[in-house]
Design a protein around this ligand. Structure first.
Ligand code: CUO
Length: 671
């Protein structure tokens, strides 16, 4: 199995494909031998591409090569499904390579990258094949457009080795006049956007059923996005903003605007902006085959609420399915999104996806200006825009309406007899005193040259600034009446609401962000559990988010083993919210739940099992049998108003102070 991404040889190593002339596009066929010779000259290695008879591409090539591509657009999604199926249907890796090389020059590049990535991810014979991170292939989706002009200039003028990183300012999309801009460090974090793109790549909502139908995918759609909203709200409170307002009045103006300052390198066009106070409009765009009214959304919303309130969903054949206590959320997740697993797309539509579409064409609903969609229309860029959170706050509210209708967890369902959590403490490296967490600004360098098509080649580093936290450990004291196992669940929430008042648990439960979850072995008697924050099953290490980007910090053999699925995971640098310079009061919640109700019998050893909380594990069951978000996914039992009243002996809460140090640290290893 090739260890290198064979379909995209690295520029510096000068590997080229030896392509049969019949594969070249019509434009180059007449001069085919000259074209192949030209590239051959520079090559240190030629990779022979097999000649096979090619399947017809049909409507796949209807999408022009310089158009933008989005899986939210039904037509794009359909042709992406077709191309993915072609890639999946190839008998072996050589044939796959051949058809990929053939398609590469004919198909829209975004579509090509998406379909090939999905196929590689789901073929058994490409399990170990590296997909270059999308930031390497399409850095324009993540980085200020100014950078590319500068990078091009540097590549021409400055010899390699003498190049200094191009610095992307921390604030470049807006000024502090816009209060929403306080959250730009979160929304525009490269790692967070990479995570979101990977999540949707791993969990496509359309395509072959074998690709879509993964264990609890509907529930994971709900939970992963619920956690994004909880984390965003946590950050908002740190920044003196109230929780995000659900976008529910679809006739009202949207006060938030967004100017992405991204250029699409494929089309040489700027990503469209959305000015403040625009209103949702009906979308009629023939090119994309979209004909959608705002009223369609409203009808779907009303039907979904009806289903939730009656506890039943109507299938396409008219029969009813009950939304059961544990599986109902999975059905609802697929129905709301909607994925092809929705029991009745005619009746319930696809409210979430269509919301993305209507919002993404708000600036040009009838295509009169020939503009493409804005950032919310692409899962690689959607999280940059404030309206993403308003929309997903509404989507989450649908799910919460359902969760509120479920029976509350009883003391018996929460307690773990014989187990008492006696003490919890966090210790940050290099800080005196316990129970303080610290964040700061960190700069990092990434090499974008692989996504940039110009000569001469060589590394082009950009330096960006992101939030980071000081490494810390948890120390948990547990008394157990017997030798046993348990699941340790760690969450954190702000201690007070935006007015500075203590929370009612019914509201605070939605603010809890998951920090970690892992199995513990307990002896009879006293136990001390220590756990490093970096081991979190929510996050992936910083290096993996940017895999292979920073060539100055070689990623080594271990990283070579970290593949496609592994790009999904919350970015470690955002594990802990920003806090405040004067400190921000938080409550750290630790629970040891009863393993008998948690355990899923399977082995998950091997690759990429370390960020399963939001991403699951490839080809396995979700490794925790409880409802995602347990124990905060349901309303507290009757009589319980506060977190303290909710606690059973196997739970404990520790006050933690979250301090932001307003200082920017240079990249590791630089002055
Ligand atoms: Cu992830 Cu709306 O689902 O973007």
């Amino acid at each position: 199995r090739p260890k290198e991404p064979v379909f995209m040889p690295k520029g510096d190593e000068k590997k080229v494909f030896d392509v049969p002339i019949s594969y070249l596009s019509d434009k180059y066929k007449p001069i085919g031998s000259q074209v192949t010779a030209r590239f051959g000259e520079e090559a240190s290695e030629q990779i022979k591409v097999k000649q096979i008879s090619m399947p017809p591409l049909g409507e796949i090539v209807d999408l022009k090569r310089d158009d933008n591509f989005s899986v939210f657009i039904p037509k794009h999604r359909r042709i992406a499904g077709k191309l993915t199926n072609i890639f999946l249907g190839m008998r072996n890796v050589d044939d796959l390579l051949a058809v990929a090389v053939y398609a590469r020059d004919r198909v829209n590049p975004y579509l090509f990258n998406y379909a090939l990535s999905v196929a590689i991810l789901h073929r058994s014979d490409t399990d170990n094949l590296d997909i270059p991170s999308i930031i390497r292939t399409f850095p324009d989706k993540y980085v200020d457009s100014k950078v590319f002009k500068e990078a091009r200039e540097d590549a021409n003028v400055v010899p390699q080795g003498a190049r200094i990183p191009i610095e992307i300012p921390k604030d470049y999309t807006a000024s502090d006049l816009d209060e929403e801009h306080r959250l730009a460090y979160f929304r525009e974090d490269i790692g967070v956007n990479l995570h979101h793109w990977h999540w949707h790549l791993v969990y496509p909502f359309e395509g072959d059923r074998s690709v879509v139908d993964k264990d609890r995918r509907g529930e994971l759609f709900y939970y992963m996005h619920q956690q994004i909203i909880a984390r965003y709200n946590f950050e908002r409170l740190c920044n003196d903003l109230k929780r995000v307002e659900r976008y529910v009045d679809w006739d009202a103006e949207i006060k938030e605007g967004y100017f992405p300052k991204l250029d699409n390198l494929v089309s040489s066009r700027a990503w469209p902006a959305r000015v403040s106070n625009q209103k949702l409009q009906n979308v009629r765009r023939e090119v994309e085959g979209i004909n959608m009214d705002v009223d369609d959304l409203k009808r779907w919303r009303d039907r979904i609420y009806d289903a939730i309130h009656s506890g039943r969903v109507q299938k396409s054949d008219g029969s009813l399915i009950t939304l059961t206590e544990n599986e109902g959320i999975d059905v609802l997740g697929n129905l709301v999104e909607a994925s092809i697993l929705s029991p009745n797309p005619e009746l319930y539509g696809e409210i979430h996806n269509m919301g993305h579409i209507l919002l993404s064409y708000i600036h040009d609903p009838d295509h009169r200006y020939l503009e493409s969609f804005n950032v919310i229309g692409d899962s690689a860029t959607a999280m940059r825009d404030p309206v993403f959170y308003r929309w997903h706050a509404f989507i989450d509210d649908l799910f919460q309406e359902y969760k509120s209708s479920l029976p509350r967890y009883t003391v018996n369902q929460l307690n773990n007899p014989g187990i008492t959590v006696q003490n919890v403490q966090v210790t940050s490296q290099g800080l005196n005193g316990a129970n303080t967490l610290q964040t700061f600004w960190q700069q990092s360098d990434v090499d974008l040259s692989r996504g940039m098509d110009f000569q001469p080649r060589g590394s082009v580093f950009v330096r960006f600034t992101h939030l980071q936290y000081r490494p810390f450990t948890y120390k948990i004291q547990v008394q157990s009446s017997k030798a046993t196992q348990g699941t340790c669940r760690i969450f954190m929430a702000p201690k007070y609401d935006e007015r500075g008042n203590p929370w009612l648990l019914r509201d605070q439960r939605l603010m809890f962000i998951e920090l970690d979850k892992f199995t513990v072995n307990l002896r009879a008697g006293q136990n001390t559990i220590t756990r490093n924050a970096a081991q979190s099953t929510v996050t992936i290490p910083f290096e993996r988010s940017y895999r292979d980007l920073d060539t100055s910090r070689p990623t080594g053999g271990d990283a070579l083993a970290q593949f496609n699925f592994c790009g999904c995971g919350w970015p470690d640098n955002l594990l802990i919210p920003k806090g405040r310079p004067e400190g921000f009061a938080c409550e750290l919640f630790v629970m040891i739940s009863n393993i008998d109700d948690d355990r899923v019998n399977q082995t998950i050893s091997g690759q990429c099992n370390d960020a399963y909380a939001y991403c699951g594990v490839k080809d396995k069951l979700y490794p925790d049998r409880r409802s995602m978000g347990y124990p905060f996914d349901r309303m507290p039992r009757n009589g319980v108003e506060t977190l303290q009243q909710f606690l059973t002996p196997n739970m404990r809460v520790q006050d933690v102070n979250l301090v932001f140090e307003n200082k920017t640290y240079r990249p590791r290893g630089t002055q």
